[in-house]
Design a binder for this molecule. Structure first.
Ligand SMILES: [Zn+2]
Length: 351
């Protein structure tokens, strides 16, 4: 696996210190978006925990480190949210880190962490370690545990086997049951600084203008910013803004309305929500005299029209986005389209 990204180093050091000082219990919750690297941190720290050398980094040479990288470590498992078909193919519990990194990024719609998966992992954790060292299990997207699964895990949390680490990785800690929350050591990944995001994206030889926009839209989330650029979502957003300005000038134009909707539908749902929020907020900021230098989505040209949108319309749109659109990846396309059209109609007769 790759080295940890710069913004994860402080969190990693905190975990290493807790481990060395024996403050780390047998259970750990790592909170933070997958795009922020929460699963990368969970995997990297697990590799260290299993490593036979006693360093601050995995040694990459011992038997454990080698097996960890080759998807054949006998004392390491990851539980994934799964569909019925995944389960039939034994893809609910794996030890292939490449597969894990891919699976947790993929859409988890209609997938849950099953009670049977947790029961299997409970048994596994109580068996003695094959390599006669530590054992570890990661439960990825732990907030997708069904109630039965969470209760089943609780027993292992209450009487944890020695030399065992259970890591729950989640971007929604509030969805975990309180009895689990209260028993674990908790670490929340902090968002990286602008400079860290910039340095990370610059290492991919990306143009400054794209970097600035992608960082702004992603909310300082370097991996997501990179996705935005790789998927050309920043270019779609640029086209959307151009067409939105034309729509504001002539809101009766059904052509412009349809073009705007299509461009929004072409965006990744997560990017779309973040962008729409940020776009409205930046127009509001401009109206209260923020400098254009700090508003990555606006420029001398488009603000000539955008600044005319009344504040109450912008606030209405902001509320609409947060009540109706956030996390709408599970919505049917038709319904997404209807909602986006309703949002655009809020801007009719605004100028
Ligand atoms: Zn090692």
């Amino acid at each position: 696996m790759q080295e940890l990204k710069a913004h994860l180093l402080d969190s990693y050091k905190q975990l290493v210190l807790a481990l060395k000082n024996k403050r780390l219990t047998n259970s750990l919750i790592i909170g933070g978006d997958v795009a922020l690297g929460s699963i990368d941190l969970a995997l990297y720290f697990t590799k260290l925990y299993l490593c036979h050398e006693n360093g601050d980094e995995p040694c990459n040479k011992c038997k454990s480190c080698v097996l960890f990288e080759s998807a054949s470590h006998p004392d390491f498992r990851v539980v994934l949210a799964s569909s019925k078909e995944d389960c039939d193919k034994n893809l609910d519990i794996v030890n292939d880190i490449g597969y894990v990194e891919q699976a947790v990024q993929d859409n988890t719609t209609n997938k849950v962490i099953r009670i049977d998966s947790i029961r299997t992992i409970n048994h596994y954790l109580y068996e003695s370690a094959v390599l006669a060292h530590n054992k570890a299990a990661i439960i990825a997207n732990a907030h997708l545990m069904q109630e039965g699964a969470a209760n089943s895990l609780l027993k292992t949390f209450e009487e944890p086997p020695a030399n065992t680490l259970i890591i729950l990785q989640t971007n929604a800690q509030e969805k975990l049951i309180p009895t689990i929350l209260s028993r674990a050591y908790k670490l929340n990944i902090k968002k990286p600084s602008y400079e860290m995001c910039y340095a990370f994206l610059k290492s991919y030889n990306i143009d400054d203008s794209r970097i600035v926009k992608a960082i702004g839209i992603s909310g300082y989330n370097p991996n997501l910013a990179l996705d935005i650029i790789n998927l050309d979502n920043d270019k779609l957003i640029e086209q959307f803004i151009t067409n939105f300005v034309l729509y504001i000038i002539n809101p009766q134009s059904i052509d412009k309305e349809n073009k705007c909707i299509q461009l929004l539908l072409d965006l990744e749902p997560k990017v779309r929500d973040l962008f729409l929020n940020e776009f409205i907020v930046q127009i509001l900021k401009y109206k209260v005299q923020f400098s254009l230098d700090n508003l990555c989505l606006l420029d001398e040209q488009n603000v000539k029209v955008l600044y005319k949108i009344k504040k109450d319309k912008l606030f209405k749109a902001y509320s609409y986005i947060n009540e109706n659109l956030l996390d709408d990846s599970q919505l049917l396309l038709k319904l997404q389209e209807t909602r986006l059209r309703e949002l655009l109609h809020l801007f009719k007769e605004v100028v």
